[in-house]
Design a protein around this ligand. Sequence first.
Ligand code: 0O2
Length: 241
Amino acid sequence: MKYELETTELQVEQVALQTEDTSSYEDLNIFLPILEQSLDFDKNYRQLMYVHEAAIQQITARLNTLKGEFEFSNDRNPIDSISGRIKSKESILHKMQKLGLPLTASALMDNIHDIAGVRVVCPFIEDVYAVARMLVRQHGIEVIQVKDYIRNPKENGYRSLHMIVKTEVDFAESTKYITVEIQIRTIAMNFWASTEHQLRYKKDRSFTEETQKKLKECADLMAKADLQMQEIAGDFDVNQW
Ligand code: 0O2
């Protein structure tokens, strides 16, 4: 069976984030003016989080619509699950400090692109690309960056398709494009990433070389299983999109 990761439609080159990007915080001045240079987390943070929460709901709704449509019209679904999260305040501050950024709303908006995150889990590898294509062709979505860690896995074995998009969200007075990071991966990739994440964030331990090797072996096993499942799907002629 033909098995090809056809990703050209997603402009898979790891394009740099456009710096002329219009998402600076002034543009998000929807309810309260965000004027302070210093990121006043009590005032500005909540507003920024609200705006990103709205974007998560928007993307999640789009994906749920696709999922629902497949439930009605097909014998299987390319979407297994959808989840969304707002990056925690601690994680945002940690990332900003790591990048040497000043703690201002503009630095946050211009440099941290995963404040809003949506994760989609799919049964087969080809479903990952199919869902990505279905999403990016929708009206009101602009792709900013695609990182294909399936075709180019991270050194530790991490696999997933990452897209940074801007999604159109309507507020009372205006329509804004809000940045969301979408991670799309198979059930097997998600199993590895979720369990590795739990191990990695165990505060009192870091990975030895031996552990890294074992984890990489697990990731490669998952990848092998994914390829084999995809092949079987081909033999069974299951729906592909
Ligand atoms: P969380 O808890 O998901 O918010 P950076 O964000 O600085 O790491 P970059 O280039 O902006 O770097 O992001 P990248 O590499 O495209 O993706 C970062 C996110 O992908 C991570 O977010 C994880 O969700 C996921 N990810 C990337 N690499 C790994 C990995 O090796 N293991 C696991 N389990 N997940 C990974 P955060 O912010 O780290 O965490």
